[in-house]
Design a protein around this ligand. Sequence first.
Ligand code: TA6
Length: 280
Amino acid sequence: MTHLGEPRLFTSAAATGAAYDHGAHVVAWTPAGHEPVLWLSALSALDDGAPIRGGVPICWPWFGPGRTRDLAPAHGFVRVAPWRFEGAEESAEGVVATWSLTNEVASAEPFPYDYRATYRAVFGAELELTLVVENTGSESFSYEEALHTYLSVGDIRQTTVTGLDGVAYLDKAPGGGPDLVTQEGDITFTGETDRVYESGEPVTVIDPVLGRRITITTGGAANRVVWNPWVAKAAAMPDFGDNEWTDMVCVEGANALGNAVVLAPGARHTLTYTVSVTPL
Ligand code: TA6
């Protein structure tokens, strides 16, 4: 295993950002006038043999253990792959950085297909992430995906997530599932929370401790995933500090389970994920 060293830094008047080519993993974004928006564990691995705990892991071509529930590594192989950095340039919005990956660099037995993935991060007053997957082979394939974003909050116990009232979700926390249940009102957090919602609508994190509202909008994503490990699961993860669970919430844009993407030869699919921050 090789230590990742320092991330690439992206600085403009609008924001600062940082990312590693390992997993094309955005690990920081701080828009001007705000506190850092992405959370990164102090215990995260920072080597090429493991996923980074925090920031925005790119989950592809499966989510968790996959639809067969027996795939490894968890969340697919591209978040631990060496993406090719294609460059960065300043635009009116901020710094635009791009990475690419193909099956010639990263593949796995459960996914024996030809693909090209490109990933674009705009570090501006908003964080805009775009994952484009192209089927460069001769046979159709399907995949799950998620931009598995870890957001920084002042205290999860005082945090509310709005935008999913009335939406069906799969509860993956202990004791939950397998049937879908319906969200009643805003999401509040009183224990391990691990839910896959059937929604592509905007979601807002209300953080009274940091005095801000973080809004997530997406394109091409049929699911939202909301996760906080709470006490026991945080303590069970070696790359997650025992007391860090109060400082984060994952709000992910995804296509998972029944919303897997099917690509015919030559077709491409685009997933966009945008984060904006406003004071409360
Ligand atoms: O997105 C939520 C989730 O699927 C949880 O079930 C939990 O496993 C989390 O992802 C983190 O997964 P990881 O493989 O990064 O530890």
